[in-house]
Design a protein around this ligand. Structure first.
Ligand SMILES: Nc1ncnc2c1ncn2[C@@H]1O[C@H](COP(=O)(O)OP(=O)(O)OP(=O)(O)O)[C@@H](O)[C@H]1O
Ligand SMILES: [Mg+2]
Length: 247
């Protein structure tokens, strides 16, 4: 099976901290990968390197068979590598609909002061994506009026406007009440399935990991300490001791 995204010997230090320690990793099309690990384990750093927000000290990132090491995020987005953020990156003063229009215009390159935004994007595509994440009835509200869970959905919807093949979601349920998390993930993962997007999400809630992941990678100290079937990884002694806090 060819990899959609892979890394080889990926390394990054911040002063004395080794945030990525010789990481070899392969993600295949159709997988639903959950990344687990304690705070500071290097989960976001790895995402930032793979999505072009940080340059590695050493090593390689390949996406869809091309070496993309050190490429700018906007190039990677156009190649089909989408992401959502630990803290949603929204245009808070704009409406929900405008946030999606801006995202779509960024993809097509139709960002110009001479063109009205609404002329540059396909309205049906915006409607479909809003409906997909259940925000269609909120489309005229300013993004800042949304509660945290819906902000997370809007962040995901904006990334979907860029037509990703792979979506990397950094803690899509953080900041959301535990009673709403499952519903949020149901919506997100259904959207990924419908658009046939391979997904990778960072998650601290193990019930969510068990419910949605086909594969789990456990990060400890800038390395992948365990990687494989969820049941196998979650049973490993080091994972239980250092991540789950159980024996
Ligand atoms: N820009 C930076 N400058 C200096 N150190 C950094 C920077 N970004 C991350 N680090 C350090 O690198 C290590 C890995 O951080 P990272 O944010 O990747 O962890 P994480 O696994 O995403 O944690 P969390 O679960 O809290 O989000 C930590 O020790 C962190 O303090
Ligand atoms: Mg993080």
């Amino acid at each position: 099976m060819t990899s959609l995204l892979s890394t080889r010997n990926l390394c990054l230090r911040f002063g004395g901290v080794i945030a990525a320690d010789k990481i070899d990793f392969d993600l295949h099309r159709g997988e639903r990968l959950a990344v687990i690990g304690q705070n500071g384990a290097g989960k976001t750093t790895f995402i930032n390197i793979c999505t072009g927000f940080l340059k590695p000290d050493q090593g390689q990132v390949m996406f869809n068979g091309q070496d993309v090491t050190g490429r700018e995020p906007r190039h990677l987005v156009r190649m089909g590598l989408g992401r959502s953020f630990q803290l949603p990156q929204l245009f808070l003063d704009h409406t929900v609909r405008q946030c999606l229009e801006i995202a779509a215009a960024a993809r097509t390159g139709h960002m110009s002061w001479l063109t009205a935004l609404t002329d540059a994007v396909d309205a049906r595509e915006v409607d479909d994506t809003l409906a997909l994440v259940g925000l269609h009835e909120r489309s005229h509200l300013p993004a800042m009026a949304l509660p945290e869970g819906q902000r997370k959905l809007l962040d995901v919807a904006m990334a979907l406007m860029l037509k990703p093949q792979l979506m990397i979601m950094d803690e899509p349920t953080s900041g959301v009440g535990s009673d709403s998390k499952m519903q949020l993930m149901d919506t997100v993962m259904q959207a990924m399935a419908e658009r046939q997007v391979t997904s990778w999400f960072v998650e601290h809630d193990i019930d969510i990991v068990k419910r949605y992941a086909t594969r789990v990678a456990a990060w400890i100290g800038g390395r992948i300490a365990a990687d494989g079937e969820p049941d196998d990884v979650l049973q490993q002694p080091q994972v239980k001791l250092e991540i789950l806090g159980t024996r």
